[in-house]
Design a protein around this ligand. Structure first.
Ligand code: ASP
Length: 595
């Protein structure tokens, strides 16, 4: 039904003899009546071309006149150069137009719920409800096309490097990745449930035990998380596992994959990725995914503050779990009271109870040259040491965070990024890095410990050292970070059964539970498990960054809302009692929180 895509027509397609026809099929993007001549902008997946209908072809002219936005039509016509002066340099097809000779209306359309030809601001709920209309918008189609190109590129790269594409089950048992599971009741096993995979982690490890050597899968993963920030309950991972490769080799190969992807698809050279230990990332950036485009850094000033009378500083400075850090904003002392108040509210989101600051007006005058509600609490020598430590200059502004280490890191880490954006401080467009040397575990609020990655990650110390000081032990994990977003992460795995059992012990998973939940893994480790490791990239986030989109929902064809539902299909939905009975499920009366 077509000879060309609308968006592909170029000057080279101009009919030399003025007779050779093209056939186009698509949607009416816009109809304009220009004093007796009808213009239809015709759109398909590849773009838009202008089609002109003259009144001297009465039948097609009348039909063109009857067309409305989003009608589906087929056009036979001649490609010709646009009249001089009417070319449109903003459109890839802007040098040409099609003289419409025949028009068939293939289908009509109701007035669409929103216009596609304008940068109209449409609520996201409406866009998601009519997603099939929303995806017709050229920029949305462009994103899905790039997504397809990215996955094809990655498949080819991994295939050329000897990776096998192997599918793993969706109906399975829980794989701990730190979120709640989506459960599926079993009809045939009363009272039993499948879990949807939070990742294919255990299966890909078992594929290494099975000798598959190099595995990949573009895999759907399911995590029932409170959808803070930009998460989706189902999302796509580029999941990778290899045998007999160490972390340097795995990082090297996957870095090469991402570098070639950016070069190939976007003509961008990401260069070589620096590596940064986790401890340094937290110290300087307050984050394990630092955005290195922003030149600001956090500086610990706790030991300067230990003895000051200002308890807000001296308290956390003396507390082993506390932190006092400063963030210097060069030239920031022109900030208004209102801006500082806004930043104070902003850090409040992260639990900070205030945002102390000093404006450095004249660093030579420690008495009068520092403007700040708190400077009076700091002895002169502390002021001097502080300015020295921060290399502060006249005109700078210094923000402080003083609280538990966690709150200070989160609050000042986020403030650093916000100021970087607000003041347009970015020093480059792309800043990739690897974060390495993660701790194995972190403390939980109830006094226990939990795995930072997942419990299958190998430590870089011996089991005895790990047992002696679990929170000090480092892991063989690595994360790839780009512009402050974690693109992917993984680790060398435990391939030794006793080490795996030790880690489960430290996580207080007792022997029965180990057997019940992971018996199959512990068994497999006994049957010749090779050293192995891998990682997974978030495809949605990767494409989001590559298309400069504001959210991962923009690069997923049919995403869920922030409350994990689909406004188009109305999923999740209620089910008939019969279905529930078959599943041996009885719904409880809705209970209130206090019950
Ligand atoms: N399974 C891990 C995740 O989903 C990735 C990995 O360790 O390979 O984060």
């Amino acid at each position: 039904m077509r000879s060309h895509y609308c968006g592909e027509l170029r000057a080279s397609d101009i009919s030399a003899d003025g007779r050779q026809q093209v056939i186009l099929s698509g949607w009416v993007h816009r109809r304009r009546d220009h004093g007796g001549v009808i213009f239809l902008d015709l759109r398909d997946r590849e773009g838009i071309v202008q089609v002109v209908f003259d009144p001297d072809r009465e039948q097609s002219f009348t039909l063109a006149d009857a067309c409305r936005n989003e009608f589906v039509v087929q056009v036979h016509g001649i490609v010709r150069a646009r009249p001089a002066g009417t070319e449109n340099a903003d459109m890839p097809t802007g040098e040409v137009e099609v003289l419409g000779q025949e028009l068939v209306i293939l289908n009509k359309s109701d007035t669409p719920p929103f216009q596609l030809d304008e940068h109209q601001s449409v609520g996201e709920d409406v866009r998601l409800k009519y997603r099939y209309v929303d995806l017709r918008r050229p920029d949305m189609a462009q994103k899905l096309k790039l997504r397809s190109k990215v996955s094809t590129f990655i498949r080819n790269f991994l295939d050329q490097n000897g990776f096998l594409d192997i599918e793993t089950p969706i109906l399975t048992r829980a794989t701990p990745e730190g979120a709640r599971d989506y459960l599926v009741p079993s009809r045939t096993h009363e009272g039993h449930f499948f879990a949807l995979p939070q990742s294919p982690q255990l299966f890909k490890q078992l594929l290494m035990v099975a000798g598959m050597d190099r595995y990949y899968q573009i895999a759907k993963c399911f995590r029932d998380e409170d959808l803070r920030a930009d998460r989706q309950p189902e999302f796509t991972q580029i999941d990778i596992e290899t045998s007999f490769m160490d972390e340097d080799q795995i990082m090297g190969l996957t870095e090469q994959m991402v570098v070639e992807l950016f070069r190939n698809q976007l003509d961008i050279d990401l260069g070589e990725f620096p590596r940064m230990p986790y401890a340094e990332a937290m110290e300087k950036y307050g984050s394990d995914k630092p955005d290195l485009r922003i030149p600001l850094q956090l500086v610990t000033v706790g030991e300067l503050m230990q003895d000051v009378e200002f308890k807000v500083f001296s308290g956390p400075a003396k507390d082993p779990n506390g932190r006092v850090a400063a963030l210097k904003v060069p030239g920031g002392n022109s900030m208004t009271r209102k801006q500082i108040d806004d930043y104070t509210k902003f850090v409040g989101i992260y639990g900070a109870r205030g945002l102390a600051y000093i404006k450095v007006n004249n660093k030579a005058d420690l008495e009068e040259g520092l403007q700040s509600p708190i400077v009076k609490f700091l002895p002169l020598e502390v002021r001097a040491q502080l300015l020295e430590r921060l290399q502060a200059e006249d005109g700078d502004l210094i923000f402080f965070g003083a609280d538990s280490e966690k709150i200070v890191n989160e609050a000042l880490g986020a403030l650093r990024c916000k100021i970087g954006e607000d003041l347009e401080l970015m020093t480059c467009a792309w800043a990739p890095l690897w974060v390495v040397d993660f701790p194995m575990f972190e403390a939980t609020s109830d006094g226990g410990i939990t795995a930072i990655h997942h419990p299958f990650t190998a430590p870089s110390c011996s089991p005895e050292e790990l047992a002696a000081a679990p929170l000090q032990g480092l892991s063989r994990a690595y994360d790839m970070v780009l512009n402050g977003t974690e693109l992917g992460g993984g680790s060398i795995r435990i391939h030794d059964q006793s080490m795996q059992a030790k880690v489960f012990d430290l996580l207080q998973i007792d022997a029965d539970e180990q057997q019940e939940k992971f018996g199959f893994l512990l068994d497999a480790l006994k049957f010749g498990c090779p050293p192995h490791g891998g990682l997974a990239f978030g495809l949605d986030r990767l494409v989001m960054l590559m298309t400069d989109s504001s959210s991962i929902r923009e690069v997923i064809a049919f995403p869920k809302t922030q409350s994990a539902s689909c406004v188009m299909t109305q999923a999740p939905g209620v089910v008939a009692n019969k279905q529930l009975r078959e599943l041996n499920i009885k719904l409880r009366e809705k209970v209130t929180d206090s019950q």
